[in-house]
Write a protein that binds this ligand. Structure first.
Ligand SMILES: [Cu+2]
Length: 202
């Protein structure tokens, strides 16, 4: 509630100072906090992405869920199969009833090969076609921009191969980077603990 001045009150009635009738304000402050995106949020990236389901989305569309993200390419024979296994290993340790508050996101670094169709096939082959899995195809520049935020480095080293960092990143529901694990088959206790903590906080 607000009167003509700048003060706002939780109750209806009249302003105890100026005695004017209070009017309902458009939005209460709690609601405004929920809509706020901090400067550090990946939701500030305005690029568009194609999902494996053929939808066009902004990263902001992922808002509201804890995010576990990794950058891969589907034809990788070396590191990516192990990164995918690591993602599934993390998934296994999350209580089933909490998976709805979580989104696992795999961003391709090879948008030429990894079309939405190709990503869909890859998702099915790897039993990652549940609704809590999302695969994204971007453009060369949107992928590079996203990688920079994650401090992921990658480089095309042959027509079919890339060298790349092996990093799994955890974001809170506001799109802020909270935790990263680097390496393949590393101890993921801390990652799982962080994810569950973020889900419970949300
Ligand atoms: Cu790889």
């Amino acid at each position: 509630m607000a009167c003509e001045g700048k003060k706002a009150y939780n109750n209806s009635g009249s302003c105890p100072i100026c005695k004017m009738d209070l009017k309902t304000t458009k939005q209460d402050s709690k609601e405004m906090d929920n809509n706020h995106i901090s400067d550090e949020s990946i939701f500030n990236l305005t690029t568009t992405w194609n999902t494996e389901e053929g939808l066009i989305i902004h990263l902001e569309d992922l808002k509201g869920k804890t995010l576990v993200m990794v950058m891969i390419y589907t034809t990788c024979k070396a590191a990516c199969p192990r990164l995918v296994a690591d993602m599934r290993n993390i998934e296994k340790q999350i209580p089933k009833n909490q998976l709805k508050d979580l989104q696992f996101v795999l961003v391709s670094i090879d948008p030429k090969t990894d079309t939405p169709e190709r990503l869909k096939t890859f998702a099915k082959e790897n039993l990652m076609d549940g609704t809590h899995w999302t695969f994204l195809q971007g453009t060369e520049s949107s992928i590079r921009e996203f990688a920079n935020v994650l401090a992921v480095k990658y480089k095309q080293i042959s027509p079919i191969d890339f060298s790349h960092s092996n990093i799994i990143s955890v974001f809170n529901s506001g799109g802020e980077l909270i935790h990263q694990q680097e390496g393949l088959g590393v101890d993921n206790k801390e990652t799982v603990r962080t994810i569950i903590e973020l889900i419970n906080k949300n």
